[in-house]
Design a protein around this ligand. Structure first.
Ligand SMILES: Cc1ncc(C[n+]2csc(CCOP(=O)(O)OP(=O)(O)O)c2C)c(N)n1
Ligand SMILES: [Mg+2]
Length: 319
């Protein structure tokens, strides 16, 4: 593992899969070139996702959430980073999308209510965790319907019809669906303004990528004729790479990340390969922002904690 990490530290930006590591494609010290407020805003978004999701874990254990939930824990940096670069893109989300919804400005109360099955939820409490949608002024997000990767052709079709910049988020498992390739090829042929983002947590339910395929999605995207890059989920690198890629759409970004909890549900099988939240917190310390970061984290933990207050929710739900 040490050798692999050392090797990947040296690789810099890459188009190829060179093994999983928190440093793959990451531009070291890039964070120093960002304004402190941008770094703190990134962290604020990561805190919102992390503490919201931890609220779900508690609510499920307290018996308040009885539907399946797909948690974004461990994958917070992706939504946090992308929402700072492409805040007004139409979003076609996958099933694991709480983090994207929250980072792009979705209302946490409506998401909580959806998970509780309440009429005030994002789909009136009828769709649940894997189909979060929102059509407000600040965020246009289409929910997922159940077939992994289906949001890719739907997003491409929407971009064709509207010519609006569009982001399609999908997992490394969804990347293997044939209609994903066809839609990406169509987007290249018609030069559509679509950013394809693979949240590559190395798992399709419980099966790792190396046991499922020998090919790289980044190479496939390149072969289809679009710019494509591979990086670990360092949020500063994601911002930088997204700024580059969005100059010439369509484009593809494969982001290596770690799912911290079960595929569905709130259980955990040991520690994830890396914890980007901790790594970002450490980096903020090196940037001299430890105190401000701590204040941000405390603030969000408190406000999100109130959202998930079990006693209050029990009274509201009449349980
Ligand atoms: C077309 C299709 N095949 C299989 C499934 C069953 N299924 C649901 S989620 C999932 C794994 C998805 O993995 P990935 O796309 O990597 O997303 P992740 O859960 O890792 O975020 C599978 C195989 C499905 N919903 N749709
Ligand atoms: Mg996956």
């Amino acid at each position: 593992m040490a050798n692999l990490l050392a090797k990947n530290r040296e690789t810099g930006p890459t188009e190829e899969v060179l093994g999983r590591s928190p440093f793959l494609g990451v531009i070291s010290d890039l964070s120093q070139s960002f304004h402190p407020n941008t770094s703190l805003s990134l962290f604020r978004r990561m805190c919102l996702i992390r503490y919201f999701e931890l609220g779900i874990v508690k609510a499920a254990r307290d018996g308040l959430i009885t539907y399946p939930v797909y948690l974004s824990l461990g994958q917070e940096a992706i939504g946090a980073a992308l929402s700072t670069v492409i805040p007004h893109y139409m979003i076609f989300a996958q099933h694991r999308c709480h983090g994207i919804y929250l980072a792009f400005g979705g209302d946490p109360v409506r998401l909580r209510d959806e998970l509780l099955g309440l009429p005030s939820g994002t789909s009136g409490g009828r769709a649940g965790s894997n189909c979060i949608q929102c059509h407000e002024e600040n965020i246009t997000m289409f929910g997922h319907h159940g077939l992994i990767g289906e949001n890719v052709p739907l997003g491409v079709g929407a971009a064709l019809g509207s010519n609006r910049p569009t982001a399609c988020f999908f997992g490394d498992g969804a990347a293997e669906e044939d209609y994903v390739f066809a839609a990406m090829g169509f987007a290249t042929t018609h030069k559509l303004p679509v950013l394809f983002v693979c949240e590559d947590n190395n798992l399709s339910i419980l099966t790792t990528v190396d046991r499922r395929r020998t090919w790289s999605m980044t190479k496939v995207a390149k072969a289809l004729g679009m710019e494509a890059l591979e990086t670990a989920d360092d949020p500063w690198t994601i911002i930088h790479r997204t700024q580059e890629l969005t100059r010439n759409l369509p484009a593809f970004l494969n982001i290596h990340t770690c799912r911290a909890h079960w595929h569905v549900g709130v259980g955990q099988d040991g520690l994830p390969e890396w914890d980007r939240f901790e790594l970002v917190r450490e980096q903020l310390g090196r940037l001299g922002l430890a105190e401000k970061a701590l204040k941000t984290e405390d603030e969000i933990q408190k406000s999100v904690g109130e959202l998930w207050d079990s006693e209050r929710l029990r009274t509201r739900l009449g349980r």
